[in-house]
Structures are given as C-alpha cells and as structure tokens.
Design a protein around this ligand. Structure first.
Ligand SMILES: Nc1ncnc2c1ncn2[C@@H]1O[C@H](COP(=O)(O)OP(=O)(O)OP(=O)(O)O)[C@@H](O)[C@H]1O
Length: 233
C-alpha cells in the first residue's frame, strides 16, 4: 500500500534521512521506533508532501507521491496526525471536526461525526469548547477524530502518546487497537516502546536517518541488545 524506497529527505541543504526504505502492507500496523532526532518525523513529513528537500520514491497504491501537494496526498486516502496535533485553536471542537469532514470527508465514508463522537465520548462533552480549552489528551483525541473523518485508508500518527497521562495513553491505545481490529492500515511513530509494540504487526527501528533493524514486536521485545543500542530502553 505504502512503499518508500531510498528516501533522502531534509530541510534545505541538510539531509536527515539517508536512503531509507520501508513499506506498510494493507490492513497492517507498522511501528517506527528510534531515538530523538533520527528522522522519524521528517520521514512522515516527506510522505505528506510537507518538505521541499526530498529524493527517492514514495508510492501509495503504486502511485508516486513525490511532488504532489499535501492536500492531494490527503485526498488519495492518507490521513496524518502530526506531533503538534495542529488543531485550530480559534475553532470549537465541533467546528474542527466539521471542517475536516467538509474538506476531505466522503459522502459514502464509514466515519461520520456521530461515529467519531461515539469513539471519543469525551469530545462529545466538549463539542462547544474552543481548541485551546482542551487538555493535551483531548487535543490528541480531536486530532485523531479529525483524521478519521477523512475516511483514510492509511492513518499516520506521529507520537500520539507524547506528554499524555497514563490513563489517556490507555484510552488512545484502546481506540487504535479497535481501528486495527477493523483492518485500518497504520504507520505509527512512537517513543513509547510498550505502546508501539503492543499495537504493531511489524517494527522498524531508525538510526542515523535509515532503517537499522526490522522484525516483529516479539523479536524486538526479546532483543535487549537492539533496544539498548538503538532505543536506550
Ligand atoms: N524544520 C526543521 N528545520 C531544520 N531542521 C529540522 C527541522 N525539523 C527537524 N529538523 C532536524 O532534523 C533532524 C531529525 O528530526 P526529526 O524530527 O525527524 O526526528 P525524530 O526522529 O522524529 O525525533 P523527535 O522524536 O525528536 O521528533 C533533527 O536533527 C532536527 O533538528
């Protein structure tokens, strides 16, 4: 479904990834782990068309993405929840959701406002609150809800648990696990080792701008040497 080959991505003259390759198969969850600064977020930004400096190949269902503007990539069926969450602070929760549904939703799509509110009852209670009045956890829920309203075939998440209380992490985990059960393909960048390995079908570890380890969640849980070398777990 998503194939990345020999990706070089960066900012201006500075290259952050160096020949990175990875792929996400339909209905599977791929977790990308790695220390701060190895280029995980940069890789996601490259997929979404948000970087100027990109070389290599990125294909979605066989279609090349490089050079397409971000909104085109979104309409092809990739929803992206950035680390910064990027909700609109001046809009209410309802307005944030309606905007996403209007811009990118599909009339025949499975995800409706009602359905995302069933998934995140907390957001239903906060519908008329402004974006800035939300807790970090609520903002993350809103960011994921907004992404689902696009009815994506691939959901990309950048560190969804960052800065969240354990109880909120648990509820985000339950939601993502449910989505996985429904067969939604996901690409998950995450620092929380337990969270990532319990959701993923496959794991890749990034170091120095490329993939340095590939295997299953069970493999990496058992491989304390890899954890120590590349993750500092
Ligand atoms: N907008 C930017 N302009 C210039 N350099 C950047 C920019 N964003 C990130 N970088 C640099 O790119 C490198 C990789 O950053 P990236 O955010 O991809 O890492 P990461 O693996 O996602 O780690 P983190 O968990 O810290 O986000 C870092 O050295 C970072 O300083």
């Amino acid at each position: 479904m998503l194939e990345i080959e020999d990706l070089h991505a960066g900012y201006g003259e500075t290259w952050v990834t160096h020949g990175l390759s990875l792929s996400v198969a339909p209905g599977r969850v791929l977790a990308v782990l790695g220390r701060n600064g190895v280029g995980k977020s940069t890789t996601l930004k490259a997929i979404m068309g948000l970087l100027g400096s990109v070389r290599g190949t990125i294909r979605f269902d066989g279609r090349p993405l490089l050079g397409l503007p971000p909104y085109r990539i979104a309409t092809l069926g990739i929803a992206y929840v950035p680390e910064t969450r990027d909700i609109f602070p001046s809009l209410t929760v309802r307005e944030n959701l309606e905007l996403a549904a209007r811009r990118f939703g599909r009339p025949d799509g499975a995800w409706t406002l009602e359905r995302v509110l069933d998934l995140f009852p907390r957001l239903r209670e906060r519908l008329d609150n402004g974006g800035t009045q939300l807790s970090g956890g609520e903002q993350q829920m809103l960011a994921i809800a907004r992404a689902l309203l696009m009815n994506p075939r691939l959901l990309i998440l950048d560190e969804p648990t960052e800065g969240l209380a354990p109880i909120v992490v648990q509820s985000i985990h339950a939601v993502l696990d449910g989505l996985r059960g429904e067969g939604l393909s996901m690409l998950l960048v995450e620092q929380n080792f337990g969270f990532a390995t319990s959701l993923a079908d496959e794991v890749r570890v990034m170091g120095r701008g490329t993939v340095v380890w590939a295997g299953s969640p069970a493999d990496i849980r058992a491989d304390t040497a890899v954890q120590a070398q590349w993750l500092g777990v």
